[in-house]
Design a protein around this ligand. Structure first.
Ligand code: ATP
Length: 348
């Protein structure tokens, strides 16, 4: 099944939640809708589920306009952020709920519920009530409930946001594995860029109810189309640069530029911290300001003349690179984006 948003618009009073959203989710694809709070992600998802009626535009599922089809006839399964299980039903009956509504006979309902509970790794939890399950287990049951009626499209609205970090990672992988096994077209709403990049086939970055960029995770990360995407996905240094021909000079080095160049020669050069290579060097031009250890790597804030720049080093180097240590700076990759100068220079 494909899901298509065509010129989708939804206005609440004076708030424009969706402002002409165009996007196509391919068959069996997991599309992440990513963007800051209020950019319209949930509204877009609710328009697919049929909980929200757009003011203009349409939603197509499998090439058919479903904009006016009621929610209960859309064949979509949805998982919400949290607390969406029926508290008075045990896990088995929660999973079987959608089947019961569809008048599936009891024996088949129970067999299907058992199958789904097994699929989400909770084969022995059918008798438990939601308050007897952890947050992660509740979301597994919610996923099983959404999948039980074999929906054509799976809609996930920040399904992991209420969970602690470790459970979040495990469940994220399991959702992805399940989605790939079932080959179900899925729209996954999140405001967490790392989550979007790690789980999706493609990421759609939304801004102000419109599509800013859509592409595979690596493309969104390495070739952001706009400064907004560059800024929202990952961390960026903004460094002052000067364009000459098809090269830009930044931190005293001349680098080639791929993308389009702004009209003025004075530009903002957006460079990822992992592209700023730092080595301890008593004669180095920069000084370490702070260091934050992250295990495999450490992120350093360094001072170079008037600028503060973020750079990464391998974790085992971090002990030597205490504040005040002098380091040499090199740039290992081309800038991610060269943009017209808009913001004060410095580290993000
Ligand atoms: P978040 O990550 O915070 O959930 P979101 O990107 O999912 O944000 P939406 O929930 O789609 O954003 O909301 C988009 C805008 O529309 C917001 O400004 C929100 O306040 C507004 N909005 C959404 N639903 C309603 C409603 N039922 N009534 C009034 N305003 C609404």
């Amino acid at each position: 099944m494909t899901v298509e948003f065509r010129g989708l618009r939804r206005v609440f009073g004076r708030t424009v939640a969706l402002d002409g959203l165009d996007l196509t989710v391919g068959q069996g694809e997991l599309m992440a809708l990513l963007g800051p709070s209020g950019c319209g992600k949930t509204t877009a998802l609710r328009c697919v589920a049929g909980f929200e009626r757009p003011d203009a535009g349409a939603v197509f599922v499998d090439g058919k306009d479903v904009t006016r089809v009621p929610a209960n006839r859309r064949d979509t399964g949805m998982v919400f952020q949290s607390y969406s299980l029926f508290p008075n039903l045990n896990a088995r009956d929660n999973v079987a709920f959608g089947l019961r509504v569809r008048k599936v006979p009891a024996a088949r309902r129970h067999a299907r519920a058992a199958e789904l509970l097994e699929l989400v790794g909770l084969p022995d939890h059918g008798d438990r009530y939601p308050h007897e399950l952890s947050g992660g287990q509740q979301q597994r049951v919610a996923l099983a409930r959404a999948l039980a009626p074999e929906p054509r499209v799976l809609l996930l609205d920040e399904p992991l946001s209420a969970l602690d970090a470790k459970v979040r990672l495990t469940l994220r992988e399991e959702i992805r594995r399940l989605q790939l096994d079932l080959g179900i077209t899925t729209v996954f709403v999140t405001h967490d860029q790392e989550e979007a990049l790690s789980v999706a086939d493609r990421v759609a970055v939304l801004r102000g109810g419109r599509l800013e960029q859509c592409g595979p995770p690596a493309e969104i990360y390495d070739r952001p189309a706009t400064p907004f995407v560059a800024e929202f996905v990952g961390t960026m240094n903004h460094l002052p640069g000067r364009v000459t021909g098809d090269r830009v000079t930044v931190l005293g080095r001349s680098l080639p530029v791929d993308g389009p160049l702004p009209g003025s020669p004075d530009v903002d050069v957006l460079i990822r911290p992992e592209a700023v290579l730092l080595t301890p060097d008593p004669g180095g031009e920069a000084t370490v300001v702070t260091s934050s250890f992250r295990g495999a790597s450490a992120r350093l804030r360094i001072r170079l003349g008037d600028l503060e720049v973020l750079g990464d080093v391998p974790g085992h180097d971090a002990v030597r690179l205490t504040p005040g240590t002098r380091v040499a700076v090199d740039l290992v990759r081309r800038p991610v984006l060269v943009a017209a100068r808009t913001v004060p220079a410095g580290a993000a």
